[in-house]
Design a protein around this ligand. Structure first.
Ligand code: APQ
Ligand code: ZN
Length: 375
């Protein structure tokens, strides 16, 4: 079998152990560590593919659960798959849907065969299994697809977590068997286990024995303190093969991206930049700015004086505040553009710091300026 996904390790930062790599996919090769913007319903909200390319996005995400419900994976397949449907010719990754079922739907029941739940849009009864999740992702046609997993809430008891990861491992094997396009789409396994080191080891051992082309660390960014996330990463990423890509799911604040890269993560995704952008909050090199605040009414400087994005080169805080206050769509386009650009460029700076073996120094400088070190 020719694997469609290959990770090329370029170098390791001598200061931190962070990795500089290249993720090779059927739709291009992209440097890592990378930030992947999320386009849940086949669009990164308010941004065009051309804008995403201009800012340097390589892989974007879409969502099995949402696209299954609307417009239906059969329609996307008829369009020629997600790349054709959304006019995106670079990398696409789809999540398997389990997380969204647990986070969006009520009245759910988890059984060995799969998950019974209600459609969050109309209340219809639905069932999602490892086989169905892979069937949908095979139809959507993303370059990277994810195994169907359970992401237990935080905190979860040890007993609950143990039976959950053992079922997730059985589901992972069923996903591999159900995968119909292994030469075109790389199926990643998702390590679970919460904050329990022995369960993380058990989950990683099970999944690595199945030899996936890549691995995700799941079950984080679910409300746990950042110290817990960092501790879990410290003992989990070394369990994963060094020659395979490592994807930390749902992680996206600037400090977590830097701390995740330091702990050996290559790929990140998060809805944060577009989600906070829609309520007028932006990330800048000097910390977060809530643009609606009255202090910006006569502030004719850019969102971020150290940013060269389209928004920061052409518009002022006063103008963007005005648009957001008036619910003008162009306002959230400008904040979303800047926020996605900010995280993509942050990862460029992280990669440069790895090249120069100075990621720990970069972390110190960035945290100081952003205000992460403030008590
Ligand atoms: C488009 C969204 C992708 S990431 C969603 C996500 C986010 C977080 N935080 C955890 C998980 C997880 O454990 N499993 C799965 N499948 N997905 C997760
Ligand atoms: Zn900007």
């Amino acid at each position: 079998m020719t694997t469609p996904i290959r990770f090329e390790l370029i170098k390791t930062c001598r200061q931190t152990g962070a990795r500089l790599g290249i993720l090779h996919t059927p739709h291009g090769s992209f440097e890592t560590p990378m930030f992947m913007p999320v386009g849940t319903l086949a669009t990164v909200k308010t941004l065009s593919p051309e804008e995403l390319k201009t800012m340097g996005a390589g892989v974007i995400l879409s969502n099995t659960y949402h696209l299954w419900l609307r417009p239906g994976h059969d329609i996307v397949a008829e369009a020629g798959g997600l790349h054709a449907f959304m006019n995106w010719d670079r990398g696409i990754l789809t999540d398997s849907g389990g997380f969204q079922v647990f986070s969006l739907s009520e009245f759910r029941r988890i059984e060995e065969e799969g998950v019974y739940f209600r459609n969050h849009l109309n209340g219809d009864k639905l069932f999602l299994s490892p086989e169905k999740a892979v069937e949908i992702q095979n139809a959507l046609g993303a370059d990277i697809i994810m195994a169907f997993d359970e992401c237990p809430p935080y905190p979860a008891t040890y007993e609950y977590m143990k039976q959950s990861i053992e079922r997730t491992s059985r589901w992972a094997e069923r996903c591999l068997k159900a995968h119909r396009r292994p030469n075109e789409q790389g199926l990643f396994g998702i390590v679970q286990g919460g904050e329990y080191e022995d369960l993380r080891r058990q989950s990683a051992r099970d999944l690595v024995s199945l030899d996936f082309p890549g691995y995700a660390v799941g079950g984080l960014s679910v409300g746990e303190p950042k110290e817990v996330m960092n501790r879990v990463l410290e003992f989990t990423t070394p369990l994963l093969p060094a020659d395979k890509p490592r994807y930390l799911m749902g992680v996206g604040s600037p400090d977590s991206l830097i701390d995740g890269a330091i702990r050996g993560i290559d790929m990140f995704d998060c809805v944060l930049p577009t989600r906070i952008g829609r309520n007028g909050t932006v990330m800048t090199s000097e910390g977060r700015v809530v643009i609606k605040n009255a202090q910006y009414a006569r502030d004719f400087s850019p969102l971020d004086p150290n940013c060269d994005c389209y928004t920061c080169r052409n518009y002022t805080r006063a103008y963007i505040r005005h648009l957001i206050k008036c619910d003008e769509t162009f306002g959230i386009r400008l904040t979303s553009y800047h926020n996605v650009y900010f995280l993509i460029k942050l990862m460029e700076q992280v990669r440069q710091a790895i090249r120069e073996d100075r990621l720990a120094d970069f972390r110190e400088e960035f945290f100081e300026r952003y205000g992460f070190n403030k008590p």
